[in-house]
Design a protein around this ligand. Structure first.
Ligand code: CO
Length: 252
């Protein structure tokens, strides 16, 4: 039995507002990122903007998590904990992941940024991750199978020679930022649930330079590549519409 919660117009309107406000904050990130700042500094800048926009930082209070954002650097894939001890340096690959709620409804978004002269592999990985996300989103419409999206993301990533992380997945989203269904970044076309109007999903390919194996750091949160290869993460929140898809976390 499916426990997928379909969103009505009121819910989607709130999620859209959350997504648009989040996207407006992400638009500012390139101008905020500077060598020498800490990931705690970046977290504080994002949290201040969220509060000003009435966007509730949903990650705060998620289990023992106490920060508005996740910031994962280089071999960090996801769930990086903002820290005064992590100083951003020239060449870093920085992944920012934020969940914001507007009047009780969430949007979840992530993007990857580079600082100064990053390894030349990073722009290529960023292009493939974005391409995988875009191609997955492009398939979304009522009647599409969840596995179609998963398989598409996997194909784009692996055919470019990168690893696709299997230990973590995208997810349904709404009042809670983790709802059913799980949205894996690998799978078989034609399998899985059938998408219906009102389903809201966070789609989030996590790709690795070499092997896709990951582990949780001793901080209990940060997910890193086992082989210390670089990782790139991008995420958008979408809703299945009557005619196709609406991406809530992109500005028009
Ligand atoms: Co997510």
């Amino acid at each position: 039995m499916s426990r997928i919660i379909l969103k009505d117009k009121r819910a989607i309107d709130r999620m859209r507002t959350a997504g648009q406000l989040l996207a407006s904050i992400f638009q500012e990130i390139p101008s905020l990122l500077v060598v020498g700042m800490t990931t705690a500094d970046l977290d504080a800048l994002v949290e201040a903007r969220m509060r000003k926009l009435n966007l509730e930082p949903s990650c705060i209070g998620y289990g023992s998590y106490r920060h508005a954002t996740c910031i994962s650097v280089n071999d960090g894939v996801i769930h990086g904990v903002p820290s005064e001890r992590v100083v951003l340096k020239d060449g870093d690959c920085v992944k920012l992941d934020v969940v914001g709620a507007y009047r009780g409804y969430c949007a979840d978004m992530a993007r990857t940024y580079t600082l100064g002269a990053c390894p030349q592999e990073v722009p290529a990985m960023m292009e493939i991750a974005q391409k995988a996300l875009d191609a997955g989103i492009a398939l979304v419409r009522p009647g599409c199978k969840l596995g179609d999206i998963s398989a598409c993301i996997q194909r784009v990533v692996e055919s470019a020679g990168y690893g696709v992380v299997k230990a973590y997945a995208g997810h349904g989203i709404g009042r809670n930022f983790h709802e059913e269904p799980e949205v894996p970044n690998y799978g078989k076309a034609g399998t899985g649930i059938t998408l219906l109007p009102g389903m809201a999903l966070a789609i989030e390919p996590m790709i690795t330079q070499f092997k896709a194996d990951v582990f949780v750091d001793e901080d209990g949160w940060t997910v890193r590549t086992v082989d210390c290869g670089l990782a790139v993460h991008v995420e958008d929140t979408i809703v299945v519409s009557e005619s196709g898809v609406e991406v809530l976390t992109r500005l028009p």
